[in-house]
Design a protein around this ligand. Structure first.
Ligand code: FRU
Length: 473
């Protein structure tokens, strides 16, 4: 029995028991931490009939400076969620300062969780000295209980020429072998992705490195490599890319490269495409559930200069809804998982020509079809489609968020998922997406529209969230 693990699990459970009352901005259909701080989704998988969503979790540090655990939710239908006890605690010498991001591999005999064990020394610059980025494997026979952890690789096991920044293993099975990608920062401050191969899940060999021809940022976090509708795609979060133009306005970028050739040998990365144009989207991870590939991202942005007022209420951040991915016309499209349509309640429907106003509940879904320019204001979040550009401006409730732009080509439709404090805006059936947090006041929402079109506004029901019974904790 790992005594430290036992104590940390109890401390996390205690922190959750003293969770503050919900408050007006607690999301209804976005997964948020019971208390404390949430960042990246981790270990996403569909295992024995259940979706598992783990996430970076600092239960006792809503402002985000605590060591990371893996929090855990699971669901059979993506609508009713069970809040489970923390899965990974930082309780070994090789992960003492955080069980950082990673992924899940579903085996016949259980769940294999690969992650980065973060260790920080008293002194160092924390890039070249003073830290360890360990690749760790944790095994759970049932997706609930952790059986063991094993250290697989240390910094000395990674290829030469790197700084100590190597992290976020994403693992999958293909052609009877296992593959892993990890994000890395070189000694020359270039971001790249390391590819490893294994035949037994435990012993890994570095077989390739994916990089752009020209340097593109100093570090690539949270890589994900997968094939979708015949196209191989590399998702990554490059840090240090010039902040200019649509999709590059945030502190860090997040998007994908189309990959041509074989990722195990000679291959090239195509042009980088932003995945989301809003203020708050980072560290997405994909997984397959049934026949489709789903993506969940963090509805947040590290080191942003805007804030979330809920930190003062004891919690901060949430995840995006699950999004279905498809590859079409040479690009990635995202739309909300179809299950979410079951959250729809009463609808208000109308055509509009010129101005149109509506009172809306706290949670709603807006389906808008339109022709030509459109202006929309949802309780302080203004969307303006003019010509080729869509601009999101937070006039109220942005807490430092100003405006962001997205290409809208020819705007035909908008689908907006509006939670109490989160907006996910799908343009033209998922051609572009803008995600943001926003914090309007008051018991309801108001919508003002200007343009030509038609709207259906559905009231949305919240997810049902239960908690694992304490007897099994
Ligand atoms: C991305 C990230 C990851 C890291 C994790 C730590 O947001 O920095 O690279 O594993 O967060 O919480």
């Amino acid at each position: 029995m790992n005594v430290l693990r036992h104590d940390l699990q109890r401390l996390a459970a205690l922190a959750e028991q003293s969770a503050p009352p919900a408050g007006p901005w607690r999301p209804g259909f976005h997964l948020a931490p019971p208390v404390g701080f949430l960042n990246d989704p981790n270990g996403l998988c569909y295992f024995r009939g259940e979706y598992h969503v783990f996430y970076q979790y600092a239960p006792s540090a809503p402002e985000g400076r605590g060591v990371r655990f893996w929090g855990h939710y699971k669901s059979r239908d993506l609508l009713t969620w069970e809040q489970c006890p923390v899965m990974l605690c930082p309780d070994e010498p090789f992960d003492l300062h955080g069980a950082y991001s990673g992924s899940a591999l579903c085996g016949e005999d259980g769940l294999y969780l690969y992650y980065t064990g973060n260790v920080k020394y008293e002194e160092g610059d924390y890039v070249h000295t003073g830290r360890e980025s360990n690749t760790v494997l944790a095994y759970s026979p049932d997706g609930a209980r952790l059986a063991w952890k094993r250290l697989l690789m240390r910094n000395k096991d990674y290829p030469a020429g790197l700084t100590l920044h190597v992290r976020d293993p994403k693992v999958w099975e293909q052609d009877g072998r296992y593959y892993m990608v990890q994000g890395a920062r070189t000694q020359e401050d270039r971001g790249e992705v390391l590819v490893f191969e294994s035949t037994d899940k435990f012993h890994w060999t570095h077989i390739n490195t994916l990089r752009t021809e020209e340097p593109f940022g100093y570090m690539w976090e949270c890589p994900d490599l997968f094939a979708l509708d015949g196209q191989r795609v590399l998702i990554a979060c490059p840090q240090g890319v010039e902040r200019r133009g649509p999709g590059f306005e945030n502190q860090y970028a997040c998007g994908y490269f189309p990959v041509s050739g074989d990722f195990r040998g000679s291959c090239t990365l195509g042009e980088f495409v932003p995945l989301d144009y809003g203020f708050d989207f980072y560290a997405p991870q994909t997984f397959t559930g049934g026949k489709r590939r789903l993506l969940i991202g963090w509805l947040g942005m590290p080191d942003a200069d805007y804030t979330n007022p809920t930190a003062a209420q004891g919690w901060q951040h949430c995840l995006t809804v699950p999004r279905e991915l498809r590859w079409e016309d040479g690009r990635l499209w995202m739309r909300p998982a179809r299950e979410l349509e079951a959250l729809r309640g009463e609808a208000q429907e109308t055509s509009f020509s010129g101005r149109c106003e509506m009172e809306l509940p706290l949670m709603s879904e807006l389906l808008i079809s339109c022709e030509g320019n459109l202006k929309l204001n949802l309780s302080g979040a203004e969307l303006r489609a003019e010509g080729e550009t869509l601009t999101l401006t937070l006039r109220e409730g942005g807490h430092g968020r100003t405006s962001r732009t997205a290409p809208a080509g020819n705007l035909r439709s908008l689908r907006i998922l509006a939670d109490t404090s989160a907006l996910e805006i799908f343009v033209n059936d998922g051609e572009a997406v803008l995600s943001t947090r926003w914090y309007p006041e008051g018991p309801g929402r108001t919508l003002a529209l200007k343009g030509e079109g038609r709207i259906a506004a559905y009231e949305l029901r919240p997810y049902r969230v239960t908690q694992t019974a304490s007897a099994t904790r």
